[in-house]
Every structure is written in C-alpha cells, then in structure tokens.
Write a new protein. Structure first.
Length: 365
C-alpha cells in the first residue's frame, strides 16, 4: 500500500494549498483521495473520509473499526454493515460524522472534493464550502516514490500479460479465452486480485472494445490488446498489437513502423516544460505526412490513482509536462486494409532530462 510517511508529506503539501486558499479544513471522501493522504485503502463496498485542518492535525473515519497504521492523527469508525448486511446509507452516516467534527473544530471555510460523502456534507453543513478537485488533480500529477513503486508493479503485470499473449494468440482463439487467461496472469504476477475490473480493449480485427462472446481470431487480423491492470489502487495503461498468424502484410508492417516512429518522436521531445499539445501536433503532422491522415484520437494521458489523469496529450487541454509525472503515449492507425489497426502504448516517467519508458515489452507484430 501507500507509505504512511509519504502520505504525511502529501498532507504538508496540501497544507500549503489550504493556506493559499485561506481554508480552515479540507474534507475528502473519494476513496482514492482518502488513500492518497492517509495510506488507508477503502474497500469498494465501503465509504470513508479524511479531514485535514489548518493546524496540521488530521481526522478520519473508517468502516466498522478504526483503521490502524494510517497517516491520520485521530481515527474513528462507523458501522458500515449490520449483521453482515451492507448499509446503503454509508455516505450520509460518514457525512454526518464529518459535519460533527467540523463543528467541534469551528471550521468555517472548508474545501471539499467531489464524492458521495462530500455531497452529504454540502447538503447538511453550515460551513462555507469550496470545491477543491482542481487542486487535488494537480497535486497528484507528480508521483512520489511509493506511488511509483505501485505503478511499476501494475506495469510489470502488463508486460507479463503481453508475454503470455504472444504464446496463445493464434487463429481460432476466442477473445474471451484471451481475456480470461491474461486476467489470470495479472493476478498471479501481482499476487493478489486487481483493484479494479480489467477493462480496456480486447478485440481482434477491430479498433477496440471488450471481448466479444464467441468471437474468434482469424488469420491475417491484427489483435489489439490495450491492457490496464491495477495494483493497490494504481493503474497501468498499455497497448500492443499482434498479427494473429504472425504473417503481417506489407501494409501492416508499414503501419507498425509508422507507429513506432511516432513513439520515438514523443521520447525525443518530451521533457518538463514541453506542452502536451505540441507533442500531439508533432505526431499528428508526422502521420499526415507519412500516411495522409492525422491522429484518430488522443495521443495519451496521465495515469495513477485513476486510469485517465493529468497531463492530457490532447488539444482539448493546455497541459505542460512536469517532472515525476507518469503519462501514456498511444499513437494508432486504423483502416480496413490493416484488418483492425495498429496501436502501441508505453507508460513514461518524466525525468528532469526527458522521459523513461516503464514498460519492458517488444513492439513487434
């Protein structure tokens, strides 16, 4: 899990933001925000909340019993279930606990995140409330050592999944069998169930989507596997493309080489201070020159506690790369002549001098 000492360091950063905004307290109820600041992971069936006050003291509530080994100064609990039946009103119960502690500490100006718990705080509290999600999103961009450790585990699971995919993908294999086997690989590699359901893309001969019932791979098709295994709250997001019969056509080889060159453009240009839109435009122009058609979708995005975070390699945003954030780059080309398409996606750590690819997996078809 996240490290308690690192979570306390994150609290100190949050205190600086609180002082700038002149807030008496900050309340977070979204499970991954609670985790980020307390090192306590909330089960998906439960609720929790974390409150940081301007004097640096922290309070939190956890389901059924006060959690141990957290980065909170005071930990209380609530009954998340009665006689083994989950209570559906958990967000309200937790919200009322939060309101009581805010009143006791006379916190008037309070920042809140967007969560089920905070919705009840907003509905019932007399405090002056301020949304703080943009602050939290920006804070989470630069990854701490404990976060990078968990991300590396998730990305390592993706590499193991691709190793297995190379062994099993052949004409006739069912998409559901590929999904099932790779899910098993991810769980065995990390040694525990994944945090979130295994999503992303699993289709053969198509651009993407979930595995289809009774659909089997055909010779000559390209199997796009966009894999996002998770480990203790952190998401990988990666992609490889495989020629089902290992006999790619000239068109498929040419497309694959173009996508590899696009990744090289990102690796050459990306560094702190570079605009994400600049990276997108460079790859878009490259594809237009090389293939006569630009990017069909975003170039990539940040990953961490959510599968899509800042920064956005997308012209709809105006993000600039910063040191220690992790982002994906996933250029792709598609078309009927390719019998699906080619998309390749690496996960990159931004360093002071450039980027480092975190995914150790071949790019060939």
């Amino acid at each position: 899990m996240l490290d308690i000492n690192q979570s306390r360091i994150r609290q100190k950063r949050l205190l600086d933001k609180m002082a700038e905004a002149k807030l008496d307290a900050i309340v977070v109820g979204l499970p991954h925000h609670v985790y980020y600041f307390s090192a306590f992971w909330t089960n998906w069936l439960h609720q929790s909340a974390f409150v940081l006050f301007a004097d640096g003291r922290s309070w939190m509530t956890t389901p059924n019993a006060p959690a141990k080994n957290t980065a909170a100064d005071e930990v209380v609990s609530f009954e998340a279930q009665w006689m083994a039946t989950l209570r559906q009103e958990q967000p309200r119960v937790v919200g009322e606990q939060v309101i009581d502690v805010l009143k006791a500490r006379k916190a008037n100006r309070v920042g809140i995140d967007a969560s089920q718990v905070s919705a009840h705080v907003a509905r019932l509290s007399d405090s002056d409330l301020e949304p703080i999600d943009p602050i939290l999103w920006q804070m989470r961009r630069s990854k701490d050592p404990d976060e990078l450790k968990l991300l590396t585990e998730a990305i390592g699971a993706a590499a193991a999944m691709y190793d297995h995919a190379r062994k099993i993908i052949e004409p006739g294999i069912a998409e559901l069998d590929v999904f099932t086997q790779l899910h098993e690989v991810a769980v065995k590699t990390t040694g525990e169930p994944m945090t979130a359901p295994l999503g992303n893309d699993w289709t053969c001969g198509g651009g993407g989507g979930p595995p289809r019932r009774d659909h089997r791979a055909k010779a000559g098709e390209i199997y796009i596997l966009d894999l996002g295994p998770t480990y203790r709250g952190y998401f990988a997001d990666t992609c490889r493309a495989f020629c089902v019969d290992r006999k790619p056509t000239d068109a498929q080889i040419e497309a694959q080489q173009a996508v590899v060159e696009a990744l090289a453009i990102v690796e050459k240009m990306a560094r702190p201070g570079v605009k994400c839109a600049t990276l997108f435009s460079a790859v878009d122009e490259f594809f237009k020159e090389k293939r006569g058609k630009g990017m069909a979708h975003h170039l990539g995005h940040g990953i961490g506690l959510q599968p899509h975070e800042y920064p956005h390699l997308n012209t709809k945003w105006d993000d600039t790369l910063i040191e220690c954030e992790v982002f994906t780059a996933e250029p792709g080309v598609y078309g009927p002549e390719l019998k699906g398409g080619i998309r390749l996606e690496n996960d990159y750590l931004v360093t002071k001098d450039g980027v480092r690819n975190l995914l150790n997996s071949p790019l060939d078809l």
